[in-house]
Design a protein around this ligand. Structure first.
Ligand SMILES: Nc1ncnc2c1ncn2[C@@H]1O[C@H](COP(=O)(O)OP(=O)(O)OP(=O)(O)O)[C@@H](O)[C@H]1O
Ligand SMILES: [Mg+2]
Length: 278
C-alpha cells in the first residue's frame, strides 16, 4: 500500500477545472516528482492532499486511511508536512524562533517542555542554514527561507514531505546540497512528494515522476521514460520529437493546444517556465 494515494481527484473553481480526475501515488522511502507547466494544477493537488482545499470529487488516502474529512492539523499530526510555493514563515521572528515554534507545536507540550536550543540548531544545521539562526525570517534570501520551511517541517518528524518548488531561489551549489538532503530524508524512510520546475534536480533525485497538464496526469514513470515521453515534450514545448502518427495507442491522447512562446529544452534548465516559477 502506498503512503499517499490521490484517487480520481477533481477540483473545480467555478468554470475552471484545476484538477481533472488525477490519480497518483507517493511511496515511503522514495522521492516522487510532480511536474507540469504553470497552471497545471500542482499546487491545487498539494492543497487537496494537505487539507486546505476540499476536492469536488475523489479521495486522498494517507498511511492507509482516507483523510478527506480529516482537518489540516490532524493530517499534520499524522505525519504530513508541507512547504508553500508562496513562503509562509513568521517574518518578524528569527529563523531560530520559527523552528522553535514548530517544535513547540509538534511536541504538543508548549509551556511544559520547551525545545532545547540544541534541538533547534540541529534542525537548522541539517538544512544548512545555521548561519542565519539570529536573522529575522523576513530578511533572509528566498532560497534560505525555503530551507527554513523545510526545517519547520522536519520539526514534526513527518512521514510525508510535500515540497512546493523547494529549490527556487537556491543557486547551483545549494541545489546540489539540497538534492543530497532530499535523498537522505528519503533514505530515512520518509516519502517526499516534490513539485519542482528545475528539471536537472527532478531528473537527478526523483525515483518516479508524475506529469500534470491541464489538471490531468498525462504520464507517470521513471525519469528516463518521462524525459523521452512524447506527450510530456508536447505539454512543455507544444511539439515532440515523435510525430503523433508514431505514438503508440497508449501514449496518443488529444492534448489541448499549449501556448508556448519560448522553446525550452525538456531536460536542461527550468522546464515548464512559460512564465517564471512563482
Ligand atoms: N483559488 C482559486 N480560485 C480560482 N482558480 C484557481 C484557484 N487556485 C488555482 N486556480 C486555478 O487553477 C489552475 C491550477 O492552478 P495551480 O496553482 O494549482 O497550478 P500550478 O500547477 O501549481 O502552477 P504553477 O507552476 O504556476 O505554480 C490555474 O488555472 C489557476 O489559475
Ligand atoms: Mg504552483
Amino acid at each position: 500500500m502506498s503512503l499517499l494515494e490521490v484517487d480520481d481527484v477533481v477540483v473545480q473553481f467555478g468554470g475552471v477545472t484545476a484538477v481533472n480526475h488525477a490519480s497518483f501515488t507517493a511511496e515511503a522511502g522514495r522521492i516522487t516528482g510532480l511536474i507540469g507547466p504553470n497552471g497545471a494544477g500542482k499546487t491545487t493537488c498539494f492543497n487537496v492532499i494537505s487539507g486546505l482545499q476540499k476536492p469536488t470529487e475523489g479521495k486522498v488516502r494517507f498511511d492507509g486511511k482516507t483523510v478527506n474529512s480529516t482537518p489540516v492539523h490532524r493530517r499534520s499530526k499524522r505525519g504530513m508536512a508541507r512547504t508553500f510555493q508562496r513562503l509562509e514563515a513568521f517574518g518578524s521572528l528569527t529563523v531560530r524562533d520559527n523552528v522553535r515554534v514548530a517544535l513547540d507545536i509538534h511536541r504538543g507540550l508548549a509551556g511544559l517542555v520547551k525545545p532545547g536550543r540544541a534541538d533547534i540548531d540541529a534542525l537548522l544545521e541539517r538544512v544548512g542554514i545555521a548561519g542565519y539562526a539570529q536573522e529575522r525570517a523576513d530578511s533572509i534570501p528566498t532560497g534560505t527561507a525555503r530551507l527554513l520551511e523545510l526545517a519547520r517541517c522536519l520539526a514534526g518528524d513527518p512521514k510525508l514531505l510535500l515540497l512546493d518548488e523547494p529549490s527556487s531561489g537556491l543557486d547551483e551549489t545549494e541545489t546540489d546540497s539540497f538534492g543530497d538532503l532530499l535523498k537522505d530524508l528519503a533514505a530515512e524512510g520518509r516519502g517526499v512528494l516534490m513539485v519542482e520546475h528545475d528539471m536537472d534536480l527532478v531528473m537527478a533525485v526523483c525515483d518516479v515522476i508524475h506529469v500534470l497538464d491541464f489538471g490531468q496526469v498525462i504520464a507517470s514513470g521513471l525519469p528516463t521514460a518521462i524525459r523521452s515521453d512524447p506527450l510530456v515534450q508536447k505539454a512543455y514545448l507544444g511539439y515532440s520529437d515523435v510525430e503523433e502518427s508514431e505514438m503508440s495507442d497508449e501514449t496518443r491522447h488529444d492534448l489541448p493546444a499549449v501556448d508556448v512562446t519560448t522553446e525550452i529544452p525538456v531536460v536542461a534548465g527550468a522546464v515548464g517556465t512559460r512564465e517564471a516559477g512563482r
